[in-house]
Design a protein. Structure first.
Ligand code: DGY
Length: 307
């Protein structure tokens, strides 16, 4: 798609482009097609005098200085919508895995310890008919909520604005964060990372959660204070966590979260289905093409750029 509209300078090596290479290569770029691993900040923008469009192959844009792009009149494309359902599927998978102790069960079955049936083996917490608290009732949060109704769950949510349509459709009840944490059996984070959500789940927040509760994060790692989470899982302040995203990312191999039996960690796979990643890649390419043509992007994270 991109080669039809211009010369493509592709980072061919299958790892994240080192920052110096990126800064060298953007010098002549009219468009930047990037991932959440690239920091698009004022230093990069200064190195890229010709840049007319940035396209992130992700819905989250916390790797991009939106204000700096807007002040340079550079639209920033992202990929909302196409990854909603795949990410909500994965949130439910993590919730089920953490609450029902699937990680421990898999390890146990593989370890050779599996003997006779035991009525008290690896007992977990109920998912059906429980209370789910969704932090951030946007597209992904709403898709998680719809799935939760299939499990007969009652829905609490918190976020900057009320969602009357979701309240009406799913019986979701809006709470402040403290109320949501206190009432929920399972808490799922789907909010974007920004200064207001950084370390939203800190030591105090974890203390408010039920001792039997599960925390699931499919948003961004820094929504959670990692050190506080380690302590909460060790001391039993909460029962379990399911993490698709962590802070830092990747976690060092000797990190306590990777050793914690009550923590399921997977490597940022929320949108990682073949179909969804193809749709993200194509939407991000269409955003580049429109940006180069001076047309409004199909999905723009800084619409203020259009005045
Ligand atoms: C996103 O799109 O922001 C995800 O984290 C990666 O798919």
């Amino acid at each position: 798609m991109l080669r039809n509209v211009g010369d493509v300078d592709l980072w061919e090596i299958d790892n994240v482009i080192p920052r110096p290479d990126l800064l060298d290569r953007v010098v002549t770029a009219d468009a930047l097609y990037c991932m959440l691993t690239e920091q698009v900040d004022s230093v990069l923008l200064q190195a890229a005098p010709r840049l007319r469009v940035v396209s992130n192959m992700a819905v989250g844009v916390d790797n991009i200085d939106l204000l700096a792009c807007t002040s340079r009149q550079i639209p920033v494309g992202h990929t909302p919508g196409v990854l909603t359902e795949a990410t909500a599927d994965l949130a439910m998978a993590l919730l089920l895995a953490a609450a029902r102790r699937l990680g421990e069960g898999i390890d146990y079955a593989r370890s050779g310890q599996w003997g006779e049936f035991r009525p008290d083996l690896l007992l977990g917490r109920e998912v059906h008919s429980s209370v789910i608290g969704i932090v951030g009732m946007g597209r992904i949060g709403s898709a998680v909520a719809r799935r939760a109704t299939g499990f007969g769950m009652s829905i609490r949510y918190t976020g900057p604005s009320a969602k009357p349509a979701i309240e009406h459709e799913l019986g979701a009840v809006r709470r402040d964060l403290a109320g949501l944490l206190t009432e929920s059996d399972h808490v799922v984070l789907t909010a974007p990372l920004n200064p207001a959500t950084y370390h939203l789940i800190d030591e105090r927040a974890l203390t408010l959660m039920k001792p039997n509760a599960t925390l699931v994060n499919v948003a961004r790692g820094p929504l959670v204070d990692t050190d506080a989470l380690v302590v909460a899982l060790e001391t039993g302040a909460i029962a379990a966590a399911g993490l698709d995203v962590t802070d830092p990312e990747p976690l060092p191999i000797d990190h306590p979260l990777l050793d914690a039996p009550n923590c399921v960690v997977i490597p940022h796979l929320g949108s990682a289905s073949v179909k969804t990643r193809e749709e993200m890649a194509e939407l991000a390419a269409r955003n580049v093409i429109r940006g180069l043509a001076g047309e409004p992007l199909e999905a723009c994270a800084n619409p203020r750029v259009y005045g």
